[in-house]
Design a protein around this ligand. Structure first.
Ligand code: FAD
Length: 394
C-alpha cells in the first residue's frame, strides 16, 4: 500500500530523505491487516517508550506474565507499540541532539544506560539502550502495532489495532507526544512562501545555511535549535510569548518536587498539562551560555501575522524570513482514547494520581507529572501497584 503522509498542521514539512528510515505505524493512515478473533489480557500497555518499558518491567516484577497467544491465564499483560524498532520517540530525535545536549535522561529501572560519549547521538544511544532492556527482561512487545481506538465494554476495554482486537481489563497508556506536533495558528500562516517546519521534522542546522530563520517558541528545543542554527544562518530571530526565565545551573529556582506538584495540581483539575519549561525555566548549559554571550537569545515578542516573505512584528515592521522553525511543542497523543470521552471542557483529562479520575483501570503514563524520564519511572511503580490491587491479581 502506498505510504501516505499524516495530517499535520498546515505548512508543516515532512522529511523524505534516507535518514528518515523505516517509519512508525502512526505515520500511516491505512488500517493494515486486521485479525478477526479477539485476544484477552489483563493489562494492555499501549506504547513502548520510556513509560511503556518502565510499566512492563514493573508488571514483570510483580509476577505478571507476558501474554501467550491461545491461553487464557490470569495475570497476563501485553505491550503494543507503533514503532518498527525499540526506542520510542528517541529514535526520531534530530541527529545533532547528543548525550551532552539532552536535558537529563534517567535510567529505566533495573538496568543503566551504560557508558557513552558526550558527543554520541541520543537517537542512537537510547534506542540501543531500549533494545538491550527489552531483551534483558524479555518484555512481551508486539510491533509495529498501531492502536486505532479504545472503547469501554463489559470486560473492561475493547481495543482495535492493526493486529486485531484485544480485550483488556485495564490499560496503561504510554503513547507520549512525539506524533502530535503542535503549531499555533497565526493569520497568514498559509501564505508564507518559504520553508516551515516543526521541531518534529528538524534534522540539524545544515539546511538553514545562509538563510534568514525565525525560530518560534520559548522551550528547550527552541534554544537548542537557535544555538545550532545561528552560527551557519544569515540571521536568526527568536519569537516567544513570554520573557524566558533563565536558571543558572547549580542555582535551584524550582526543585523537581515543586515542578511535579505544580503540574499535578493542573491535571487533577482537568486542565491541559503545561510544558516542563513553564514550571522550571530554561537551564543555562555550557552551549546556552556561549550562545547567550553571542547575543543569539535576543528575544522578540510574538509577531502579529505572517506575510509571504516574513513576519510582521508587534511594532509593525516586517522581519524578512526564508524559513520558520516552529519549536512550539507537542500535545499528548490520546486520539485513540477519543471514544472514552476523557477530555474536560478545559482541554485536559481529569487525573487522580496516574489514573483517570473515577476510572482506576485506566492509567496515563507520560502525561502531566509523569512526562519525563524520571516521572515515567515512579509513575509506572504507582500505576502497577494500584492496578494489581484493583484487578485483585496479587
Ligand atoms: C525534543 C524533546 C526532548 C526531550 N528531552 C528530554 C530529556 O532530555 N529528558 C527527559 O527526561 N525528557 C525529555 N523529553 C520528554 C520525553 O519525551 C520523555 O521524557 C520520554 O522520553 C517520553 O517517553 P514516553 O514513553 O512517554 O513517550 P515516547 O518515547 O514518545 O513513546 C511513546 C510510544 O508510543 C507509541 N505510540 C504512540 N501512539 C500509539 C498508538 N496509537 N498505538 C501504539 N503505539 C503508539 C509511539 O510510537 C512510541 O513508541 C523530551 C521531549 C522532547 C519532545
Amino acid at each position: 500500500m502506498a505510504r501516505q503522509t499524516p495530517t499535520l498542521a498546515p505548512g508543516a514539512w515532512i522529511p523524505t530523505g534516507s535518514d528518515w528510515g523505516t517509519h512508525p505505524a502512526w505515520l500511516d493512515t491505512s488500517s493494515g491487516a486486521m485479525r478477526s478473533e479477539t485476544r484477552f489480557v489483563d493489562v494492555l500497555v499501549i506504547g513502548a517508550g520510556q513509560a511503556g518499558l518502565a510499566a512492563a518491567h514493573e508488571l514483570n516484577r510483580r509476577g505478571m506474565r507476558g501474554f501467550a497467544d491461545g491461553t487464557s491465564l490470569a495475570g497476563t499483560y501485553q505491550v503494543l507499540d507503533a514503532e518498527v524498532r525499540p526506542g520510542g520517540a528517541w529514535q526520531h530525535r534530530w541527529s545533532t541532539l547528543t548525550m551532552a545536549t539532552v536535558n537529563d535522561i534517567a535510567d529505566l529501572p533495573g538496568l543503566s544506560v551504560g557508558p557513552h560519549e558526550p558527543d554520541d547521538q541520543a537517537s542512537h544511544v537510547i534506542p540501543e539502550y531500549f533494545t538491550r532492556y527489552e531483551e534483558a527482561f524479555d518484555l512481551p512487545i508486539m510491533r509495529p502495532v498501531f492502536v486505532h481506538s479504545v472503547h469501554r465494554d463489559a470486560g473492561g476495554y475493547l481495543v482495535t489495532t492493526t493486529a486485531g482486537t484485544w480485550q483488556a481489563r485495564a490499560i496503561i497508556n504510554c503513547t507520549g507526544t512525539w506524533s502530535r506536533p503542535f503549531i499555533p495558528h497565526y493569520p497568514g500562516i498559509h501564505s508564507f512562501a518559504g520553508l516551515q517546519m516543526h521541531t518534529q521534522d528538524y534534522r540539524g542546522p545544515n539546511q538553514f545555511t545562509r538563510k534568514r530563520v525565525a525560530v518560534v517558541g520559548g522551550g528547550i528545543s527552541a534554544t537548542q535549535h537557535l544555538a545550532e542554527i545561528a552560527p551557519v544562518a544569515k540571521s536568526t530571530a527568536w519569537f516567544t510569548r513570554r520573557e524566558p526565565q533563565w536558571i543558572e545551573s547549580g542555582g535551584k529556582l524550582t526543585s523537581g518536587l515543586d515542578v511535579e506538584r505544580s503540574v499535578r495540581e493542573r491535571v487533577e483539575k482537568g486542565l491541559r498539562p503545561l510544558s516542563v519549561v513553564a514550571a522550571t525555566g530554561l537551564l543555562v548549559t555550557a552551549s546556552v551560555r556561549e550562545a547567550l554571550a553571542a547575543g543569539v537569545f535576543k528575544r522578540r515578542p510574538m509577531f502579529t501575522r505572517i506575510e509571504p516573505d516574513g513576519l510582521v512584528q508587534e511594532n509593525g515592521k516586517l522581519w524578512r524570513a526564508d524559513s520558520i522553525l516552529w519549536a512550539t511543542g507537542f500535545r499528548s497523543e490520546l486520539r485513540h482514547l477519543a471514544p472514552l470521552k476523557l477530555r474536560t471542557k478545559y482541554g485536559g483529562v481529569m487525573m487522580s494520581g496516574t489514573a483517570v479520575a473515577g476510572e482506576p483501570t485506566l492509567h496515563l503514563l507520560g502525561y502531566g507529572p509523569t512526562a519525563s524520564t524520571v516521572g515515567a519511572r515512579w509513575g509506572a511503580r504507582k500505576a502497577v501497584r494500584e492496578l494489581i490491587k484493583v484487578l485483585g491479581i496479587d
